[in-house]
Design a protein around this ligand. Structure first.
Ligand code: ATP
Ligand code: MG
Length: 569
């Protein structure tokens, strides 16, 4: 492609409203333009990258035995009513009406459509397993679209769905998809991690997210240093090393703590560390308020808490007024001694001795509290309620936990028979009985992948494309192309030779100053740059530079294409 014939509207300055590197660079390098909040146009350069991501995904899934289909973006309400989700989906689903006043939505996902296809077209267990995928536009009216295409409202997803006669068949396909996702990330040369993930309200044991590691990631990953355990923080299990609290040594004492509101206030007043204190949080229950008890230095994990029996989901913290009404004390003075509410105690709080907590009387705390003696632990349920902390032991016993940030690019999980049962998508088994197949579900954020790749591959000057995803592999900068016949001849010849060698090549033949060409080449970030200028051509040389390296070298104009090919292999 000639730069004079392709729209690459670069920007010299950072756009004001772009908070992360990928968003900034995608705008500056002319890959995308925003149309409205969360809606983007992909320009020629960006689209070339997107197509490369799609192609890698398509190849690996096809290789792994999945078959490609293409389902509509616009979906009829009836199918969502069939699955029971028409009323359950919140404001993320955009609902529309056609000219006959019939209800439709813009597909946020495609379980309903694929399950409907399956129930119409597949009748016998003999046709199982089947595994479908598509690469298609999704619409989700995200509350806070942000970070450019990373969290957009309209985006492209690869979504896949498999159907199985039994658990063993599901497990096999799940593993095949896990392996395919691993190969996809590896082929893109990403630093990534597969982690155990929360299964949401669908349940099932198997769920993994694939995260591209980057400081700008929205998710926290908890992983074991010196071990192999890794999970999304939402899901990572927190363990304690003690089985039992140590024997009580202190006696129970009530002390006045008039100005104490928070754990930090209490640490300051008593001079004790936060891990010797206990905090009591009150949440809404299905019937009455429920107390959640944690060590002072630990954070509540809301995903874990919202799954506790009797706790309202989504989780809602009680207001100050609700707390005072239920307990008769202000939120800063709650504790476990004499507490009259149903209570869940975190594992780490349950093994404390001689701890401090509120006295359920405004302005007072107890010190020297011991569960067995003072707080009827046997009446409470001990659960994992908290976020793992860096330094905790790994739940599998190997290594010490640490945090990293990740961008979720893929998610694979088990749907069980939720959709096949709700939508009566059954097959006949070998005894002629109707059975609901087990389903698996496999997503990849195609557009998000492009941003995630940039988050791992840039410097101050711009993007540094990894070879497999670069919009073009080679950038020929022809200096004074319009003035110098020698430059023109050489650049055109190299351009043709690159194409003959099967290289994707961009020739900068524009009437621009060298400085502009160099800066834009750095910004766009193609892996190989050949600069053709009169001065070096006098010696028959051109300049070669790799985008990922700072030094350039002079190479004979006749050898440079081969040189590029050598660098790539
Ligand atoms: P998130 O927690 O980031 O909202 P999700 O759990 O809603 O993701 P899935 O429904 O599993 O995501 O969708 C599959 C994949 O689609 C995700 O792993 C992600 O890569 C991508 N994706 C989801 N929402 C968006 C979005 N708003 N913009 C771009 N990509 C998205
Ligand atoms: Mg989401």
């Amino acid at each position: 492609m000639r730069a004079s014939q392709i729209l690459i509207p670069t920007m010299k300055e950072d756009p004001a409203d772009a908070d992360v590197a990928s968003h900034r660079l995608m705008l500056r390098a002319g890959l995308i333009r925003q149309v409205a909040s969360g809606l983007y146009t992909w320009l020629p350069l960006g689209l070339r990258v997107l197509r490369k991501v799609e192609q890698i995904v398509r190849e690996e899934l096809t290789q792994a035995g999945a078959q490609e289909v293409l389902m509509p973006v616009v979906q009829p309400a009836e199918l969502w009513q069939d699955s029971g989700r028409w009323d359950k989906m919140g404001a993320e689903m955009l609902r529309i009406k056609d000219r006959h006043d019939r209800d439709f939505c813009l597909g946020p996902t495609h379980e309903e459509i694929i399950t409907d296809l399956f129930r119409r077209e597949v009748q016998s267990y003999k046709s199982l397993p089947v595994n479908f995928f598509q690469i298609q536009t999704k619409f989700r009216d995200e509350r806070r679209p942000r970070f450019g295409v990373m969290r957009a409202r309209e985006f492209i997803m690869k979504d896949g769905y498999s159907f199985h006669a039994d658990a063993a068949s599901f497990a096999e396909t799940y593993q095949a998809m896990f392996d395919a996702y691993t190969r996809i990330c590896s082929r893109m040369l990403l630093n990534f991690r597969a982690v155990e993930a929360d299964t949401g309200n669908i349940g099932g044991a198997n769920s993994h997210e694939f995260h591209v590691l980057a400081d700008s990631g929205e998710d926290v990953i908890a992983y074991a240093e010196g071990g192999s355990y890794a999970a999304n923080l939402e899901r990572a299990e927190a363990v304690t090393t003690l089985d039992q609290p140590p024997a009580p040594a202190a006696k129970l004492e009530k002390i006045a703590t008039p100005a104490v509101r928070t754990i930090a206030d209490l640490v300051e007043l008593l001079g004790k560390p936060a891990d010797a204190l206990v905090k009591t949080l009150i949440v809404h229950g299905e019937e009455s308020p429920i107390a959640l008890v944690l060590r002072g230095d630990h954070e509540l994990n809301e995903v874990k808490a919202s799954k506790l029996d009797g706790v309202a989901s989504p989780l809602r913290m009680a207001t100050d007024a609700e707390i005072t009404a239920a307990i008769g004390a202000e939120p800063g003075s709650l504790g476990v001694v004499g507490l009259q509410l149903p209570c869940f105690v975190d594992r780490s709080a349950a093994v404390l001795s001689d701890f401090v907590c509120g006295a359920n009387e405004t302005g007072y705390h107890y010190t020297g509290v011991n569960w067995q003696r003072d707080a009827a632990l046997e009446e409470h349920q001990i659960k994992d309620l908290r976020n793992v902390m860096p330094g905790d032991p790994s739940p599998d016993g190997v290594g010490v936990m640490a945090y990293a940030r990740g961008i979720e690019v893929g998610h694979i999980f088990q749907l069980g028979t939720t959709y096949s049962e709700a939508m009566s998508a059954t097959v006949l088994d070998e005894n002629g009985r109707d059975v609901a197949p087990i389903m698996g579900c496999y997503g990849i954020g195609i557009t998000r992948f492009v941003a995630a790749v940039i988050e791992q591959n840039f410097d101050d000057a711009g993007i540094i494309w990894p070879e497999p995803l670069a919009p073009f592999s080679v950038h020929i900068l022809a200096l004074a192309y319009e003035k110098s016949e020698a430059v023109r001849d050489c650049a055109d010849a190299l351009y043709a030779a690159c194409k003959d060698a099967g290289l994707d090549v961009l020739l900068d033949d524009r009437k621009e100053r060298p400085g502009v060409k160099f800066n834009e080449a750095d910004l766009i970030g193609l892996p190989h740059r050949i600069t053709v200028g009169d001065r070096n051509l006098k010696e028959g040389k051109v300049e070669y530079r790799k985008r990922s390296e700072t030094d350039s070298e002079l190479i004979d104009q006749n050898d440079v294409v081969q040189h590029v090919l050598n660098q790539r292999s």
